[in-house]
Design a binder for this molecule. Structure first.
Ligand code: HEC
Length: 468
């Protein structure tokens, strides 16, 4: 079954003059795990590393290491195909042995890092500390599960709507510390609460892309029922809700443990944004087309109530009661320069706040796409509400619960989404027209950094990411 393993074991047995049978038993005590191979190793064969060709491009044909071809629109291998890939890769592995004895590990590894002299597919990993190479080496060593993150750090991830990537920012330094690549038209982003992975909706492939936090590479693309927009995650990390921007309207539910799309919930209208409420009891989706807010109960994954507004539903955010339950939904609407307040229990609109012009600031009406105000967030302490204006290039800051304007900050051309660090000290806002992310000191209401990111930065989120 594993010729290399057999030869290696025999050679080793002969060298040290031991009887053959006990050595076999000893080596065979390390089994290569199929599920680990399927879910952790196989994504490496599909990943695009800058300057390299993906393993799958060559290995459906080249050499005896043979990967099964994927049909058009097939985003991952079936179990049957994965088994064939597993058998093929296993041939080049000495399970449980020192990693540099396995051709599977030395072939794509740089010579300077201990790799062998030549690989027709080039060198993909420059070091034995490379996070992807480690995943492969752990499989060879007999790993059954991916190690849990030991250390996580706060990160701000800016998705770049007109790039094929998302920029990872360290809020401690305001420097770019990574780029998540190979997602064309990334839309929304949320993070797994344990810091192991992040979720980005992919508008070009109609998939939910799961990105491994340590490799920063796409680990799995889950097929969706249609073109996605924004998404939300429950606080226990078990489910992700994805807005499907197609009529008549639905929200897809992804089960994270099994990495499968478990339900397409019919709702009223194509959904632009979906959020999970702070208490995780509801998923709230908004439709531009039907001007409807759709509220889904996350315990049953059924639509439980709807509210029709005067115009299309754009970004939303929430305030909470003392017990953590949802108090208000703040909503930006198509064509309205401001925000509207909905009482969650009464299920009705209770206030409308229009943003006044900023004196001396020229108004922009170009490229608004029907949304003069398109970014809303409540600060972590629940005391302020921030709302961006594409028309006047400012973020308007209101106190809560009284909703009085207490300040404004210039945040570039076409400012979009907003997120905060968990301590609430800094707000981050994507300036779509300037290709930068603004970092604003929340208390002083002053810009402290302008971070260059990709093309047309829109959605942004605070996430935890494993850094070990
Ligand atoms: C550009 C095409 C190309 C790419 C990309 C590529 N390979 Fe290869 N690979 C080859 C060719 C050609 C051979 C056979 C010649 C050789 O041994 O180098 C080979 C051989 C191998 C072998 C040894 C198989 C044998 O028959 O001895 C392994 C293992 C391997 N590749 C793993 C990988 C992995 C893992 C990746 C991705 C990280 C990868 N390759 C990417 C072309 C490619």
């Amino acid at each position: 079954m594993k010729p290399q393993k057999l030869i290696g074991t025999l050679a080793c047995a002969l060298l040290i003059g031991m009887p053959v049978i006990p050595v076999f038993a000893q080596t065979d005590s390390v089994d290569l795990d199929f599920n680990y191979f399927k879910n952790e190793v196989q994504p490496i064969f599909l990943a695009k590393r800058e300057g390299n060709v993906r393993c799958i491009q060559c290995h459906t044909r080249s050499s005896n290491f043979r990967l099964q071809a994927l049909e058009d629109h097939q985003l991952f291998w079936s179990d049957e195909q994965s088994k064939m890939n597993f058998e093929s890769a296993s041939q080049f592995v000495l399970a449980g042995e020192e990693p540099l004895k396995s051709r599977f590990l030395t072939h794509p590894l740089a010579v300077s890092a201990g790799g062998d002299a030549f690989h027709g597919g080039g060198k993909h990993f420059q070091s034995r500390f490379d996070a992807e190479w480690r995943i492969m080496a752990d499989w060879v060593a007999g790993a059954k599960n991916r190690r849990e993150p030991r250390e996580v750090a706060v990160r701000i991830i800016q998705t770049n709507a007109a790039s094929d990537n998302a920029t990872v920012i360290d809020p401690a330094t305001n420097l770019v510390v990574g780029t998540i690549t190979d997602i064309e038209i990334p839309h929304g982003i949320v993070g797994a609460p344990d810091g192991s992975q992040v979720y980005i909706t992919n508008e070009s492939l109609h998939s939910l892309d799961i990105v491994d936090a340590r490799t920063m590479r796409v680990k799995r693309r889950i097929p969706l029922s249609g073109r996605p927009n924004n998404l939300g995650v429950t606080s226990d990390g078990s489910k992700v809700y994805v807005a499907i921007m197609e009529m008549p309207g639905s929200v897809d539910v992804i089960d994270i443990a099994s990495m499968t799309n478990i339900k397409t919930i019919p709702v009223n209208g194509a959904i632009h944004n979906v959020y999970v409420t702070p208490d995780s009891k509801y998923a709230v989706g908004g439709s531009i087309q039907t001007r409807t807010i759709n509220v889904i109960d996350t315990s049953t994954d059924e639509l439980v109530w709807e509210l029709e507004m005067s115009q299309g539903i754009r970004p939303m955010t929430f305030s909470t009661n003392e017990d953590g339950s949802t108090k208000n939904i703040f909503v930006q609407l198509s064509g309205f320069h401001g925000f509207v307040v909905v009482d969650f229990d009464k299920r009705e609109e209770i206030a409308r706040i229009e943003h006044p012009p900023v004196p001396g600031e020229e108004a922009h009406f170009d490229g608004l796409q029907g949304a003069p105000a398109h970014g809303l967030a409540v600060s972590p302490d629940g005391k302020t509400l921030w709302s961006t204006s594409k028309v006047y290039s400012h973020v308007y800051i209101h106190s809560l619960p009284d909703m009085k304007e207490i300040g404004r900050v210039f945040v570039g051309q076409h400012p979009e989404w907003i997120t905060f660090t968990p301590d609430g000290k800094t707000a981050y806002i994507g300036a779509a027209g300037d290709h930068v992310t603004y970092a604003v000191d929340a208390e002083r209401m002053e810009t402290i950094a302008k971070i260059p990111v990709g093309q047309v930065p829109k959605r942004i989120a605070m996430v935890l990411m494993a850094v070990d």
